[in-house]
Design a protein around this ligand. Structure first.
Ligand SMILES: C[S@@+](CC[C@H](N)C(=O)[O-])C[C@H]1O[C@@H](n2cnc3c(N)ncnc32)[C@H](O)[C@@H]1O
Length: 215
């Protein structure tokens, strides 16, 4: 569902439509789609080692330098630039349906590898656990995040991290519909990955990092 032609066309349309038109679409969707049930709790044992951070840049400062990193959803390249500066990865794989708006400095960086495709098409092309960490920040709809998790969890090395931007539950008109919180809580509750970091943000759109268990 998240790498077919219809989905790609939908993503392109979303990039082109003015914000007011998108808001009308969200209102229409909400009229027919009731809010999801509350997300399952993440067990306390999974939260004991979690470090609370002031923002996502502080999280980057604490991640190991170098390595093989992937960002799903790059847009203008603002966070990719922060990764390049703070983490200095050996390879930074950027995945987006379009890099038209991405900064040229990011596109030209020697560590950057570009993948102009959908997140699930890129991640699903291999089952090898070859990334030290993956930053998930593409389509924030519930089904899309569930699909990203299903592919990304296999591509992270044992003890590597799956990091999610906009760990939020937003079902109010005008703010988009964010299913990230629901999808991440369901995944964490089902598979028991420990929460390593929770980083704050001025708009209360937090980042959460889950660590893949070893073995
Ligand atoms: C929120 S922006 C990314 C922002 C960026 N991570 C940052 O923090 O600077 C989301 C991006 O994901 C891309 N995107 C959305 N759904 C996608 C999908 N299924 N596959 C690939 N890219 C997708 C959009 O084109 C957009 O550029």
């Amino acid at each position: 569902m998240t790498d077919g032609h219809a989905y790609r066309a939908q993503l392109t349309l979303r990039r082109l439509l003015p914000e007011k038109v998108k808001m009308l679409g969200r209102l229409a969707r909400l009229a027919f789609q009731p809010p999801p049930p509350p997300a399952p709790a993440i067990a306390q044992a999974q939260l004991e080692g979690c470090v609370l951070l002031t923002d996502r840049l502080e999280m980057l400062r604490r991640l190991p330098k170098g390595g093989r990193v992937c960002e799903l959803g790059t847009y203008r390249g603002d966070f990719a630039r922060m990764i390049l500066e703070a983490v200095q990865p050996d390879e930074l794989h950027l995945v987006d349906v379009s890099f038209a708006l991405c900064g040229q400095d990011v596109l030209d960086h020697p560590a950057v590898r570009l993948h102009q495709t959908t997140t699930t098409a890129f991640l699903g092309a291999s089952a090898v656990a070859d990334f030290d960490w993956i930053y998930v920040d593409a389509d924030h709809g519930y089904e899309a995040v569930v699909a990203d998790i299903a592919c990304a969890k296999r591509r992270v090395k044992p003890s590597g991290l799956l990091v999610f931007n906009d760990f939020a539950r937003i079902v109010r008109p005008g703010f988009g519909v964010f299913g990230v919180h629901q999808a991440v809580c369901e995944f964490a509750a089902a598979e028991g990955w420990a929460v390593a970091y929770l980083s704050m943000g001025g708009e209360a759109l937090y980042d959460i990092a889950l660590r893949r268990p070893v073995g």
